[in-house]
Design a binder for this molecule. Structure first.
Ligand SMILES: Cc1cc2nc3c(=O)[nH]c(=O)nc-3n(C[C@H](O)[C@H](O)[C@H](O)COP(=O)(O)OP(=O)(O)OC[C@H]3O[C@@H](n4cnc5c(N)ncnc54)[C@H](O)[C@@H]3O)c2cc1C
Length: 449
């Protein structure tokens, strides 16, 4: 590729980053996609991995597999740790080196969000969140392990703690997860244990709000609530958790003994705002201009969960559609600028609607004036989720699994797998520190272009 070709660095290959890469695939630019994972993850189905419906490989695809046919695109597996906006470079840590500089002409930050424990990070070891494949597998392990432990436990008093599952946060993820757990214990596990009765497991969903699915219309929230109760989920509203430790959670002064607490409440954006020293909203998301650029830097775009933009007086939600539409917009705008064409009108989110599934054959759907609950909404939910999976092979595999689970109640992946801990990025050893002076790879490093 000629040195004159501008380089667009995209950090993050989630919904926003991939949409941007796709929008640029035929442009005369060099696209460098940097992600700390080698896969694009379909987060809306993470709860199905955590509850054993699907296996990890059914909701994630290798980034190379997705953009492999984009001839102008290079994928780098590395973690971005900072941005030098003045010199137009990002810094990355790869497996064996730290602080490598990567130059850009345009930068698209699409680094998503992580868990927020609302200032109670001490809860984290006892209440894992659900954000990555590793989180989902770890929760699956904990849930299945609890039943195994209870079966092996002679003292029936301990069964209660082991078979009590507390979910904190009754937004879509908490509701979907609670319903899927209820079905797991009442169908798939029901007849397989001898000393314990899996159907006696308690699933408790806690939220400080006054209703479940707080962002949905009241009628749909009420329908979801009725469905949860029918599935045997205990819903505790109006009070958040006061404390979580190894023995369980305290809610409104009551200690709920539980060995499995799952956090599905807050999200915190990536540190992009700190890297850029840019203005952020109260949640820490980067305030972007109407064209998704950062004030004073028309070459830097921030999209998706890590960006903050108001539309008609309300902040845009942290959902996949917003990220995809913003990524596509950023890619298009760069394309037009490079061709010397007129700028696009300000970004405007087109809301196609929101959905949440509440167990087998039941979902709630809100789209403009349409409010639906029940089987038809569930069919729509299934169709939309299949459509947005990244690859056709996943669509087929997930469809077959869902039909099988629907007809038989059997789950796709009920394995307890304790992966050996792999070495993490961003924590250089003494040797790494010494190797900081290693020459940068040609073609990527600052100064080499
Ligand atoms: C459990 C769950 C369920 C959800 N359900 C729904 C739903 O049903 N419908 C819906 O619309 N939305 C849902 N969402 C929200 C939706 O998934 C997000 O809004 C969407 O993923 C945001 O896209 P994004 O591109 O901003 O970030 P992400 O998709 O999160 O992608 C961010 C990418 O950046 C990478 N990254 C982060 N930091 C770095 C770094 N420093 N260096 C390199 N790479 C980095 C990550 O590895 C990741 O690949 C759900 C989210 C979760 C967690």
């Amino acid at each position: 590729m000629s040195e004159a070709v501008p380089r667009v660095v995209i950090v993050g290959s989630g919904f926003g980053g991939l949409a941007a890469a796709k929008a640029l695939r035929k442009s005369n630019v060099e696209v460098v996609v940097i992600d700390r994972q080698n896969h694009h993850l379909f987060q809306p189905l993470l709860y199905q991995v955590a509850t054993s419906v699907l296996s990890p490989g059914q909701i994630a695809s290798p980034i190379r597999g997705i953009v492999g046919k984009h001839r102008n695109t290079t994928v780098i597996l590395a973690e971005v740790t900072g941005v030098d906006a003045e010199r137009k470079r990002v810094f990355v840590d790869s497996v064996d080196r730290a602080g490598i500089a990567v130059d850009y002409d345009y930068l698209i930050l699409a680094t998503g969000a992580s868990h927020s424990y609302f200032g109670h990070d001490e809860f984290a070891p006892f209440a894992p969140g659900l954000k990555s494949l590793a989180d989902a597998v770890s929760i699956r392990n904990r849930v299945l392990q609890a039943f195994e432990q209870a079966e092996a436990e002679e003292d029936p008093k301990r069964h209660r703690d082991l078979l009590t599952f507390v979910l904190v946060g009754a937004g879509p993820t908490g509701v979907e997860m609670a319903a899927a757990l209820a079905e797991l214990v009442r169908t798939a596990l029901r007849s397989e244990f001898r000393r314990i009765d899996p159907t006696s497991a308690r699933i408790i969903l806690v939220d400080a709000g006054k209703r479940v699915l707080g962002t949905f219309p009241e009628t749909l929230a009420a329908a979801a609530m009725r469905r949860l109760e029918k599935l045997g989920v205990e819903v505790r509203l109006g009070h958040g958790v006061d404390h979580i430790d190894a023995d369980g959670a305290t809610v409104a002064g009551e200690c709920i003994a539980s060995k499995t607490v799952i956090w599905t409440a807050g999200v915190a954006p990536s540190p992009a705002g700190k890297w850029l020293e840019a203005t952020t909203d109260r949640a820490g998301r980067v305030r972007v201009q109407p064209d998704l650029t950062v004030s004073g830097h028309p070459e830097i775009f921030v999209v998706g969960d890590t960006a903050s933009l108001d539309q008609d007086g309300h902040p845009l939600p942290g959902v996949a559609q917003v990220a995809m539409q913003q990524g596509r917009y950023a890619g298009k705008l760069i394309r037009r600028r490079l061709k010397g064409q007129a700028a696009l009108p300000p970004f405007r989110y087109f809301d196609k609607g929101t959905m949440a599934v509440v167990g087998k054959g039941f979902a709630v759907l809100h789209s403009g004036p349409v409010n639906l609950s029940g089987f038809v909404a569930w069919m729509a939910w299934a169709a939309v989720h299949l459509e947005f999976l990244a690859q056709s092979s996943l669509r087929v595999s997930v469809f077959v699994q869902w039909v099988w689970t629907y007809l038989t109640g059997q789950r796709g992946s009920r394995l307890i797998v304790n992966y050996h801990e792999s070495r993490s990025f961003g924590k250089p050893s003494m040797d790494d520190a010494a190797s900081k002076a290693v020459p940068r790879p040609s073609g990527l490093a600052g100064g080499s272009r």
